[in-house]
Design a protein around this ligand. Structure first.
Ligand SMILES: C[S@@+](CC[C@H](N)C(=O)[O-])C[C@H]1O[C@@H](n2cnc3c(N)ncnc32)[C@H](O)[C@@H]1O
Length: 184
């Protein structure tokens, strides 16, 4: 298969879009997998945590960009988890990516602290989950938060990300959809 040079996993993103169109589910793939992979590589990440796996596009992008990293990704939809595992095996990442099936609120407390990078891409960000992500990251660890434009609880998360006490943050895009933050 000829790979897209700008995004070698564009076909997984495409498959996710098709899946969502067919099922009307919440599998909205993130816009820019290569950016995530690059950030994780720059952080020389060994442990990456993801909330919102869908069919695995961003987990694969992280594992590709940070070749020494293991990725823990959380997904409550069992069909998404099954298809993601298939994609991890097909791309040769099944030894480095683990899908934890269940709700973020149930799975996050079971994980060990010390992550280098965390990514929230599960519907609307929620303050309580961000507090848990802060605990799970090491000091100086990087958090990427998507869906900050969803309103509601996302507004409170945005406020916390820019409080200057727990995080140092920057918005990635003009419309303020994604923030990158460092744990202080
Ligand atoms: C936006 S999609 C993730 C897209 C994925 N990161 C990618 O770029 O392909 C969000 C996913 O999170 C899952 N999800 C949403 N809320 C969840 C929760 N509270 N616990 C576990 N999974 C959740 C949905 O089932 C969906 O598959």
């Amino acid at each position: 298969m000829a790979r897209n040079k700008e995004d070698p996993f564009a076909h997984v993103r495409e498959a996710t879009l098709k899946h969502r169109a067919k099922h009307g589910c919440g599998a909205w793939p993130y816009d820019n997998g290569p950016l995530l992979g690059l950030l994780a590589g720059l952080a020389d990440a060994r442990r990456i945590l993801e909330c919102g796996c869908a069919l695995g596009y961003t987990s694969i992008s992280f594992a590709h960009g940070a070749p020494k990293a293991k990725v823990d990704t959380i997904e409550r939809d069992s069909e998404h988890a099954r298809l993601a595992r298939e994609n991890f095996a097909a791309e040769g990442f099944d030894k480095r990516i683990t899908v934890h099936e269940g709700d973020f609120a149930t799975v996050l407390p079971t994980l060990k602290e010390g992550y280098d990078v965390a990514f929230f891409d599960g519907s609307t960000p929620v303050p309580a989950l961000h507090k848990t992500l802060h605990r799970l990251l090491k000091t100086g660890g990087v958090l990427i938060t998507a869906n900050l434009n969803h309103g509601g609880t996302a507004n409170a998360v945005r406020t916390t990300l820019f409080d200057g006490k727990t995080w140092r943050s920057a918005l990635v895009d003009e419309d303020g959809e994604t923030a990158i933050s460092v744990k202080l």
